[in-house]
Design a protein around this ligand. Structure first.
Ligand code: 5GP
Length: 193
């Protein structure tokens, strides 16, 4: 993506847990090194293969609270008993250098970004069906049954917010969804410059 403007674009990739937004974004970023990923803070414990500072900044509840009070987050949300937040600095630094930045966040956070930064491009990743999503979340094997149930209970309210997004991509076939995401980002990025 060519960027002639001094300000980068901000892309928000959201959608229910287990929909494959992380996988899609990873594939997109591997192809598009001109887009950088915002690393969030979370109070959740790291999963087996996760690395601090790479997947997330894993912080205590106290540290997270402190960052809220200091106004360090552009957005933050409580999701299934844990807190997640995007650092203002990460986004501001990228945008001011003309770097495009992508945020992979849940829906409440996406709504906060929409309000604070109307120029942000919001993309909602949908599953082909709720049943499919349930089986994906279960097969992923990274969460306990209790956590899976909690995440599934949030899905419907997340789904209702789809209408506030600029684009919806149904992740039925991963490669097709990637192509759609890529086209959306390239087209929108160019339009918004
Ligand atoms: P997970 O625990 O599966 O890594 O993430 C749970 C949910 O939190 C996912 O939907 C993920 O996209 C979202 N998430 C990750 N980082 C952030 C963030 O900084 N802010 C918000 N609002 N959600 C986030």
């Amino acid at each position: 993506m060519e960027n002639n403007s001094p300000k980068g674009n901000i892309f928000v990739i959201s959608g229910p847990s287990g929909v494959g937004k992380g996988t899609l974004l990873k594939m997109l970023l591997a192809k598009h090194t001109e887009i950088s990923l915002s690393i969030s803070a979370t109070t959740r414990s790291p999963r087996q293969d996760e690395v601090d500072g790479v997947n997330y900044f894993f912080v205590s509840k106290e540290k997270f609270q402190e960052s809220i009070e200091k106004g360090e987050f552009l957005e933050w949300a409580k999701f299934a008993d844990n807190y997640y937040g995007t650092y203002k600095k990460t986004v501001e630094n990228a945008l001011s250098k003309g770097i495009n930045i992508a945020l992979e966040i849940e829906v409440q956070g996406a709504m906060q970004i929409k309000e604070k930064m109307p120029e942000a491009i919001l993309i909602f990743i949908s599953p082909p069906s709720i049943d499919e999503l349930k089986s994906r979340l279960t097969c992923r094997n990274t969460e306990t049954e209790e956590v899976i149930q909690k995440r599934l209970s949030i899905v419907e309210s997340e789904f209702k917010k789809r209408k506030y997004f600029d684009h919806e991509i149904i992740n039925d076939d991963l490669n097709k969804a990637l192509e759609e995401l890529e086209n959306t980002i390239l087209a929108q990025g160019a339009n918004k410059k």
